[in-house]
Design a protein around this ligand. Structure first.
Ligand code: SAM
Ligand code: SF4
Length: 573
């Protein structure tokens, strides 16, 4: 609890490039670097790199994307088999951003390594959401700096790059404070990474932290990670227009923009062809999706959940989240569809009915509440009251009776009283979530709260309230999970359980972890011999026990999603 879970997954490259296999001798590399140094001498100044770049983007004849700059040739921006090591911190968006950044570098002939000791380039994909997240990166930078110093004496220098939200928030302060950081790239600047790394190779620091109104990386096929290739994240929108008073995201990730539906469908089709069994659609406000490209522009106002409002004027037209969800879920009836992180304001009834009707859209909704007190919600600028949130929960449970709900809460926000905190505890009890992400409030510079409100709840009070929230959450989650004992759940198998090689582990439709003994079970139909269970299989599991974190059970038989949803098969093209 208390942290977004980041699965650490083995790399399975899905994008192949001949460039990645091009090896060069150290002599060739020296010649290239010398040529680059000569060009750089007559090139732009450091100032050009910290302000951003003038990049001329061209679409090559084969449809691949290419960036060109007036003063650095493509040849100079090649990775020449240099080895890149990534470390990813924070939310699932960062996992997906890592895949995008790697896809871009792989096209330019970089190689990826999982061994830090052999890395030529170390890239940290960072998070700024709370002070603690940034502190972790600062500590890691100290370790890397020591490593880099040692390395200087022996081999080619190691380059360190900071990618993502922390690069965006701290900008050149980071370069000045941390002299050994070579490259900064904000969340909208990953296309520029090859150039930035080439500049760094010539011995200069390089930075691009420009935010974009359009960048969605629609044409970059991410190189997905998955232990057995069964699950993948697909980014559908970026940025946030909500400006909650505590949150740094609108400043680090920029304005909301959606990736065109055609490129999302293409990626999901490709994943389905590769045997992926579960796709999670990603975005900072995933259900605010609105594709205004091509012919979908219409003029209908965006429908919100009842009783919710926005800080911005109602947006008109575009293809909405329900349209996208409908199309994505029709691609492969045997592929589970999840989405995160949604905002509670964007759950009009049509989205809920679609989730209820479509067998492969998981009946699991993340519904970040943040607080149970209307007074605190107002100070947070969330656009809803406790009553509106509870009405939405009621509506969701009416339309999707078997739904599993999860949430985010912040303890100790500016002005939160003991009574406000008690209201949060009663809300947690009333809703009955099965998973929760709970945080102590962490003041972030630039935000509305930083400028206008007082961070007046003492650290120890925040901590005590956080612990009380966690404890009520655990009780409620245990109660919700215990109600599943005796039921039979369709589980997508992830692999061996971490605790025991005798057990397997998988997830229910509601995203609960299930552990069950490894054993051969009957194949689906016709009734036939028992077959072993592998990662990526769907199996029916009888639930025998439960606690707040997971379920335990016994596998009954192999199964599939198709078997559980006949309407879906009929409506699929
Ligand atoms: N967009 C989603 C929403 O607001 O409905 C949530 C995404 S946000 C990136 C992830 C979570 O981080 C938030 O729901 C909130 O609970 C937490 N968070 C954001 N800013 C925070 C801060 N300054 N201190 C503590 N937690 C914070
Ligand atoms: Fe942050 Fe609010 Fe946007 Fe969520 S909706 S990312 S909490 S500003």
């Amino acid at each position: 609890m208390g942290q977004h879970r980041i699965p650490v997954r083995r790399i399975q490259p899905r994008y192949c490039s001949n460039l990645a296999n091009t090896r060069v001798t150290s002599r060739e590399r020296r010649t290239t670097v010398n040529k680059f140094k000569t060009q750089l001498a007559s090139g732009p100044s450091f100032q050009d790199f910290i302000k951003g770049v003038s990049v001329i983007r061209t679409h090559a004849a084969d449809g691949e994307y290419s960036d060109t700059h007036g003063y650095l040739s493509q040849e100079l921006e090649m990775g020449n088999s240099r080895k890149v090591y990534f470390e990813t911190y924070g939310c699932q968006m960062n996992v997906n951003d890592t895949e995008i950044a790697w896809s871009i570098l792989q096209r330019r002939g970089y190689e990826r390594t999982v061994d830090l000791n052999e890395a030529d380039v170390v890239l940290l994909v960072t998070c700024s959401i709370r002070e603690k997240a940034e502190q972790t990166i600062w500590n890691r930078l100290q370790q890397l700096k020591a490593m880099k110093r040692k390395r200087l004496k022996t081999r080619t220098p190691m380059k360190i790059g900071i990618l993502g939200c922390m690069a965006e928030r701290l900008k050149t302060d980071l370069l000045e404070q941390e002299k050994l950081v070579d490259v900064l790239a904000g969340p909208d600047a990953y296309r520029d990474l090859p150039r930035l790394l080439t500049v760094a190779d010539g011995g200069q620091q390089a930075s691009n932290v420009l935010l974009s109104l359009e960048e969605t990386y629609a044409d970059i096929m991410p190189v997905h990670h998955a232990p057995q290739g069964y699950s993948a994240f697909v980014s559908i929108m970026r940025g946030c227009d909500n400006m909650c008073s505590y949150c740094i995201v609108p400043f680090t990730r920029g304005r909301e923009r959606s990736r065109p539906v055609s490129s999302i469908l293409e990626e999901v089709r490709m994943l389905s062809d590769q045997g992926v069994r579960e796709v999670t659609l990603l975005g900072q406000n995933v259900n605010s999706y609105r594709d205004t490209s091509e012919q979908f522009c219409g003029s209908d106002p965006t429908q919100l959940s009842r009783g919710f409002k926005t800080v911005y004027r109602t947006k008109q037209g575009g293809l909405r989240f329900s349209d996208l969800l409908d199309r994505v879920s029709r691609i492969d009836p045997d592929m589970r569809i999840r989405f995160t992180s949604p905002h509670p304001k964007d759950f009009p009834d049509e989205v809920l009915h679609l989730i209820a009707e479509r067998g492969n859209i998981c009946k699991q909704i993340h519904l970040p509440a943040q607080s149970g007190s209307s007074q605190v919600l107002k100070a947070m600028r969330r656009g809803y009251t406790r009553e509106a949130y509870l009405d939405l929960v009621k509506n969701i449970k009416r339309i999707i009776p078997e739904v599993s709900l999860s949430s985010d809460f912040i303890s100790g926000f500016c002005g939160e009283t003991e009574d406000d905190h008690q209201q949060t505890l009663t809300l947690i009890r009333e809703v009955g979530y099965n998973v929760g992400f709970l945080f102590a409030y962490s003041m972030r510079k630039k935000t509305h709260a930083y400028h206008r409100l007082q961070d007046d709840v003492p650290a120890e009070v925040k901590q005590r309230r956080l612990e009380e929230c966690i404890s009520v959450f655990r009780e409620e989650a245990a109660r919700v999970n215990t109600a599943l004992i005796g039921s039979t759940e369709l589980v997508l198998v992830e692999g061996e359980s971490k605790r025991s090689a005798e057990d397997l582990c998988g997830r229910t439709d509601g995203n609960m972890k299930v552990i069950f003994p490894k054993q051969d079970v009957a194949a689906q139909a016709p009734e036939s011999d028992a077959a072993p269970i592998n990662a990526g299989d769907y199996v029916l599991v009888k639930i025998l026990s439960a606690n707040s974190q997971s379920l335990r059970g016994r596998a009954l038989s192999h199964s599939s999603l198709r078997g559980t949803d006949t309407t879906m098969i009929e409506t699929c093209p």
